[in-house]
Design a protein. Structure first.
Ligand SMILES: [Zn+2]
Ligand SMILES: [Zn+2]
Ligand SMILES: [Zn+2]
Ligand SMILES: [Zn+2]
Length: 336
């Protein structure tokens, strides 16, 4: 399953096509708000396009179970400065609407973020763009150096919990090996504690499975790691929603010859959103989302299963139950 705007192909109307058709004139949404682009959509959009001079998405909500989906499915975090007032929508034929104003809250990126990511701006999201592919590539963990760095960081951050006479052990992490004189079993390596004495239990113990470079780990633990100076350090492609509770990037990073975790930093944004909801939604089944400005950050990752997908999933599960097939929610989600 790829992260796309969850609409059918025929429900997508391309901004570029419209700009040329519409002669670049200002379109009044309310007496005080103009846009230059109008997009019609029958379904919610996760990444509503924006533009410097304003883009309005007109959602046709007839038959929707919940009109809030138009806004809840949006992956941009929205917040202060914000406001709400009642006004008249010129575009929908001078009807009374509630207008809610919000500001884009950007994203969080790692202090070791790639310069490309730091400087990134966007108006719309192409789900197949290189960047998104690289972001998911960044998360792949079948890389020996990466795993070794991660192991080292874990060891470094794990204090030894052993208590001796009420005092916590201050031993350092050390690479150890468990083996037999008769060599009937292959040696097994683990990260132990320099404070350990024979027959003491509950010191630091971190097992090492495959995909770890023991030589590199040993260098790191002994402070003998010299790094690879030819490779750029700022190469992180992680992007988090502004609402993340994380303080650090989950990936190990190299800063000269030390391996460390990157702090997450806010990337701010000044795109303004306005949501317009008719007071009498029954007689006017449209809601409007206006975006103005250019996002000065990479697209936020999809951090929640959009409501539309959830609804579809429920329908599929329901259908699967009725059809009595062996389709489980896991099958549906992973496509396996
Ligand atoms: Zn329309
Ligand atoms: Zn990072
Ligand atoms: Zn210890
Ligand atoms: Zn933004």
């Amino acid at each position: 399953m790829s992260y796309t705007n969850f609409v059918n192909k025929e429900d997508i109307i391309y901004e570029e096509d419209l700009v040329s058709e519409e002669d670049n004139t200002e379109i009044y949404i309310t007496k005080n708000i103009t846009v230059k682009t109008i997009i019609h959509s029958l379904t919610p959009l996760e990444y509503p396009p924006t533009s410097e001079e304003g883009t309005a998405i007109i959602y046709h909500v007839e038959g929707w179970q919940n009109i809030e989906m138009a806004f809840e499915d949006v992956q941009y975090s929205m917040g202060l400065p914000c406001g709400q007032n009642k006004t008249t929508c010129t575009y929908l034929g001078d009807i009374a609407v509630i207008k809610k104003d919000r500001t884009c809250h950007g994203v969080k990126i790692c202090e070791f973020a790639d310069p490309e990511l730091r400087e990134m701006e966007h108006k719309s999201v192409d789900p197949n763009s290189d960047l998104r592919l690289r972001m998911s590539k960044e998360l792949s963990t079948d890389n020996v150096n990466y795993n070794t760095f991660a192991k080292y960081l874990a060891a470094y951050k794990t204090e030894c919990r052993y208590m001796r006479d009420g005092v916590q052990c201050n031993g350092k992490p050390i690479l150890k090996c468990l083996r037999r004189h008769d060599e009937t079993v292959p040696p097994s390596y683990f990260i132990g504690c320099t404070g350990w004495r024979m027959n003491e239990k509950f010191h630091r113990f971190i097992s090492i499975k495959e995909n770890v470079d023991l030589n590199l780990l040993q260098q790191l633990l002994n402070g003998l790691y010299e790094g690879e100076t030819d490779e750029p350090v700022n190469n992180c492609y992680s992007v988090f929603s502004n609402s993340t509770k994380r303080i650090y990037c989950p990936h190990p990073h190299r800063s000269e010859n030390t391996i460390t975790q990157g702090k997450l930093m806010k990337k701010l944004c000044e795109v303004r959103f306005s949501k317009l909801i008719p007071v009498d939604i029954k007689s006017c089944p449209f809601v409007i989302l206006i975006s103005k400005g250019i996002h000065t950050h990479p697209p936020p990752p999809p951090n929640q299963v959009p409501v539309t997908i959830r609804t579809r999933l429920q329908e599929l599960i329901h259908q699967a139950n009725n059809d009595n097939t062996d389709v489980t929610p896991t099958h549906i989600i992973t496509g396996k």
